[in-house]
Design a protein around this ligand. Structure first.
Ligand SMILES: *Cc1c(COP(=O)(O)O)cnc(C)c1O
Length: 387
């Protein structure tokens, strides 16, 4: 048994490496006294738009708000249906329900954990207005096939990028059996997730790949109209102060968080590379472990989570025994969204999502996780499986 415990995520190495710069940024905002919509917010929006390669970036209070405001900017509400994945954090479906629309769940591919374009087509009705794919665990969804479906049925696409900051689409979509048009695929290859559909929604929750030191979120779009609406909605529905036009929200990114994110943004590619190194090392070390399925190492995948599948009903046992060995792991997600109490009994089975929820286990991952620790984790895992 190992002496020192291994957490599922360690944010300290990153902070240590940027401590002086972050403290300077914080002091600068404190001295300026401009805590709401200070200059750092606009500068962050410009810098992040440039990094992502998108026309508009609108900073908001959280990833959840980015989804809600993004849906509203697209004009989605009462009576509309939005097709999404059952296998995600509840904020995905919650945002759809919160604007008065109905989430419709299309099953996933077990190989990518992402929505299966083949399952989307079967869920389209005259009420369908949009598709909301999630690039789960940082793995780009099969977005070319999704765009083709959206175009054929005149649907909007809003990408949930809460877990995929810095991920790019390269057309390597494990488990997607749908054909996509070559012209679609080549047009979007190399693009950042969140800049491919009509709207992208990001989260800067501290544990995300680009994390703030509090809540934060971002809406991205190339469409001027959606951007204008989103900017208005984040400040109480007013384009001009005290001239409120519609019901909006108080959903601004704190200046302090914007200043911190500006320090972190230039490092994101290097951190995502670190995550890919960790994932590759795990994949190599776990390749021949019976009953363990390692994740697809897709190009552009940024491994927000490193998630394996454990077969033969052993997942809970492995989770428990690793915890006893001092190794923390997580189950994202034990209950698919369509099975949550709020929606219970309302939806037909999504058999793959239901099954995958009993198999997934996310192992410790952060950019600075050492090969030594990865080896310790995989050895412990192997020993438990062999029992
Ligand atoms: C974290 C997350 C969200 C919500 O982001 P918050 O900033 O916590 O509101 C939405 N969707 C997914 C897939 C997430 O992982």
């Amino acid at each position: 048994m190992s002496q020192d415990k291994i957490p599922v995520l360690d944010l300290k190495p990153q902070y240590e490496s940027l401590k002086a710069e972050i403290q300077n940024a914080i002091s600068r905002v404190l001295e300026s006294g401009q805590f709401i919509m200070g200059p750092d917010v606009k500068l962050f929006e410009q810098e992040v738009a440039q990094y992502l390669g998108v026309k508009h970036a609108i900073a908001v209070n959280s990833g959840t708000d980015a989804l809600v405001i993004g849906l509203k900017a697209l004009g989605i509400g009462q009576g509309d249906e939005v097709i999404t994945t059952p296998f995600s954090f509840f904020a995905t479906a919650e945002s759809i329900s919160n604007v008065g629309a109905t989430p419709i769940f299309a099953d996933i591919s077990a190989d990518s954990f992402n929505i299966d374009p083949g399952a989307i087509a079967q869920k389209i009705t005259p009420r369908t207005k949009a598709i909301m794919p999630v690039h789960l665990y940082g793995n780009p969804a099969a977005i070319a096939a999704i765009l083709d479906i959206a175009q054929a049925h005149n649907l909007k696409v809003i990408e949930d990028c809460a877990q995929s900051f810095g991920a790019r689409y390269y057309g390597t979509c494990a488990g997607c059996n749908e054909s996509c048009q070559e012209s679609t695929r080549s047009r979007i290859t190399g693009k950042q997730t969140g800049t491919i559909g009509d709207v992208g929604a990001y989260s800067f929750f501290p544990s995300k790949n680009l994390g703030a030191y509090g809540d934060g979120g971002l809406i991205t779009t190339d469409n001027d109209q959606y951007a204008e609406t989103a900017r208005m909605l984040r400040v109480h529905g007013a384009k001009k102060k005290y001239h409120n036009e519609v019901l909006g929200y108080n959903s601004r990114l704190d200046t302090l968080q914007a200043a911190i994110l500006r320090v972190k943004l230039p490092h994101i590619d290097q951190w995502n590379e670190g995550r890919r190194r960790v994932a590759k090392t795990y994949n190599d070390l776990l390749a021949d472990v019976p009953g363990v399925i390692t994740p697809n190492f897709a190009d552009g995948h940024v491994f927000h989570q490193y998630t394996i599948r454990i077969l033969d009903g052993k997942r809970d046992q492995v989770y428990q025994h690793l915890a006893e060995d001092g190794i923390a792991t997580m189950i994202y997600y034990p209950i698919p969204q369509d099975r949550l109490p709020i929606y219970a009994g309302k939806y037909p089975n999504n058999t793959i999502s239901d099954q995958v929820a009993t198999q997934v286990l996310s192992l410790p991952i952060w950019p600075e996780l050492t090969n030594e620790k990865i080896t310790e984790i995989t050895k412990a895992l192997q020993a438990i499986i062999a029992q």
